[in-house]
Design a protein around this ligand. Structure first.
Ligand SMILES: C[S@@+](CC[C@H](N)C(=O)[O-])C[C@H]1O[C@@H](n2cnc3c(N)ncnc32)[C@H](O)[C@@H]1O
Length: 262
């Protein structure tokens, strides 16, 4: 890697003072986004120092090696969700059918499209800004609640349903990091009392769309896999396997639908 320019070093020091851990990396990204315009750079840096997510300021982030456009107001895809995206790809046959619910910027659907270009993938979100952002990322994104925007011809035909729903318990929203709580929408986070309100709806509604043997991939955390175990069993899911992220925290659940609707 090339050594930092004096301007980068000064900016990184300012960001570090503002409490940003990845100060050098952020300094480079902000400088690049300012395209040499000093006035613009100052505006970008002030936005960042107020805690606005870096991706909203630079307009992009990286997810599974893909540059993903992230418009202001749209949930910034997290590295912790990359394993979920990789598993979605692995469960999607080359000419298969995939669904990404609660797509946000469309990051997971975009990874499925990149790695399975001949598959059909539809993404949904309740927020029109997210739908437009996902479309800018090349995703067939549709506005609506969970499965509602899917064509009825997709019933019993989907190979994989993947989703990062809002799953933070309402009482824990205040503990989210500053960037998150101050700027991002609670629609992206609030999962109700124990965080499983939307997760449960997905588990109940997915069998209508999955083909027998199809895969359900959920991002979740804490005790939520345990909390959902009975509902998964009741809805006809087998072989639920959980997985952890690089920090060793529970991050996801993969289950197979055995093909009998409850
Ligand atoms: C945590 S974000 C995840 C975004 C994206 N999947 C990612 O990982 O970057 C949750 C998203 O779900 C959307 N959402 C919340 N409730 C929804 C619902 N009932 N149906 C569809 N989308 C919903 C929000 O607008 C938000 O974009």
């Amino acid at each position: 890697m090339t050594s930092a320019t004096p301007e980068e070093t000064r900016l990184a020091a300012r960001l570090r003072e503002g409490g940003f851990v990845a100060a050098e990396e952020e300094a480079r990204e902000l400088l690049s986004a300012s395209r040499g315009d000093r006035g613009a750079l100052e505006t970008l840096v002030r936005r960042r120092l107020r805690g606005e997510p870096l991706a909203w300021i630079t307009g992009v982030t990286r997810f599974c090696g893909l540059e993903v456009v992230v418009d202001p107001g749209v949930y910034v895809p997290r590295w912790q969700s990359e394993e979920l995206a990789r598993r979605a790809v692995a469960s999607l046959p080359p000419d298969g059918v995939g669904v990404d619910l609660c797509t946000g910027s469309g990051a997971l659907a975009a990874v499925m499209r990149r790695d399975r270009p001949d598959a059909r993938v539809i993404a949904t979100d309740l927020d029109q800004h997210c739908v437009e952002c996902a479309q800018r990322n090349g995703v067939d994104a549709r506005l609506g609640d969970l499965f509602a925007p899917l064509p009825s011809s997709w019933r019993a035909a989907v190979d994989v349903v993947v989703t990062v729903v809002p799953y933070v318990p309402s009482s824990e929203l205040v503990h989210l990091p500053r960037d998150t709580f101050a700027f991002e929408s609670t629609l992206a986070y609030d999962g109700g009392d124990d965080g499983t309100a939307t997760l449960r709806r997905v588990v109940v509604e997915a069998p209508r769309y999955l083909r027998p043997g199809g895969t359900l991939l959920l991002e979740l955390g804490g005790e939520q896999a345990h909390t959902l175990a009975e509902e998964l069993e009741r809805q006809g899911f087998d072989a639920a396997e959980t997985f952890v992220d690089e920090d060793g925290d529970l991050r996801g659940l993969q289950a197979t639908w055995r093909g009998i609707e409850a």
